[in-house]
Design a protein around this ligand. Structure first.
Ligand code: NAD
Ligand code: ZN
Length: 272
């Protein structure tokens, strides 16, 4: 076992009340070829434009521009495959449950790599690129409960000729369809699929909290760090960014997720 695994020292005793909460961010998918927003590998200008474009305000102003930008990222993410970190989290879930504990994974990622790897207890708190929803307010396909599978043919037609007339539309009310994701200027309670109450509950019941590949920039990490502090729960962050995104009271393991998580789980499985 390497230095990092020693620090995290996961054995069943470390799990406290038996409830393990893991929160992943874009960093866990970096080794699968999906760029992060704020990781060290990107230049500042592009990061700024990413964040401005991922807003509802931009969607209202320029839906053609936003969908074109989104689809660029979308096709990259759709081709990606889970890496060893995603797979290790599935083994970790099995291990925790074998000992009668509970495992909850909350991901900020909209890619589908945790599902593809086989994680069972998964909350996609920022939505999913595999679905869309209606942008109207009174439609069953819209927030707060509705969504639709991706209309792939319409998306392909839009890609060939991006314009107002080719924007994918809701089959029920003909309003423009939008990504089924939480934009930066929207709220976690806008859609039931974000399961924010469930995230709060997991944070209030966890015996150990492990953050993986997140820059702690948004509300969900802020909430979970606060809940962890209040309840004096041990917290770890696996992120190679050498303290840049460190949080007081969260022990940082400055290594990549794809290095640390498989080693940690290997060590656990061999202890049994
Ligand atoms: P972020 O881009 O703000 O931060 C990524 C973090 O991952 C950084 O701290 C970086 O140092 C770290 N990192 C880079 N490579 C890593 C590796 N190999 N192992 C471990 N950590 C590594 O991401 P965030 O905190 O998730 O917040 C960004 C927002 O953007 C989220 O809301 C998320 O929904 C969205 N986003 C999603 C994806 C995706 O679905 N894969 C990709 C980019 C952004
Ligand atoms: Zn509709």
């Amino acid at each position: 076992m390497g230095q990092a695994s020693h620090k995290l020292r996961l054995d069943i005793g470390e799990l406290g009340n038996g409830n393990l909460l893991v929160i992943t961010g874009a960093g866990i998918s970096a080794a699968s070829g999906i760029p992060t927003f704020r990781g060290p590998e990107k230049d500042a200008v592009w990061r700024e434009s990413d964040i401005r474009m991922a807003t509802y305000e931009y969607f209202r102003r320029d839906p053609v521009g936003q969908l074109s930008w989104y689809l660029d990222r979308f096709f990259k993410a759709r081709q990606a495959k889970p890496n060893s970190a995603h797979k290790a989290l599935v083994d970790l879930e099995d291990w925790v449950e074998r000992f009668g504990g509970t495992f909850q994974l909350v991901t900020q990622n909209i890619d589908t790599l945790h599902e593809m790897a086989g994680t069972r207890h998964l909350i996609k708190v920022h939505g999913s690129l595999e679905r869309v929803r209606c942008s109207s307010v009174d439609c069953p396909n819209a927030a707060p409960h509705g969504s639709l599978p991706l209309p792939l043919e319409e998306i392909e037609a839009f890609r060939q000729n991006p314009s107002d007339s080719t924007l994918p539309r809701c089959p029920a009310c003909s309003s423009i369809l939008r990504a089924h994701v939480l934009f930066f200027d929207e709220h976690y309670f806008e859609h039931a699929d974000y399961q924010f109450r469930e995230v709060e509950r997991s944070g209030s019941e966890a015996g150990l909290i492990v953050f993986v590949g997140t820059s702690f920039s948004v509300g969900v990490t802020e909430l979970l760090v606060r809940l962890g502090h209040q309840r004096r729960v041990p917290m770890y962050s696996i992120d190679p960014a050498k303290g840049k995104y460190g949080q007081p009271g969260v022990t940082q393991i400055s290594k990549t997720a794809e290095t640390v998580l498989p080693r940690l789980v290997d060590a656990l499985l061999h202890e049994v």
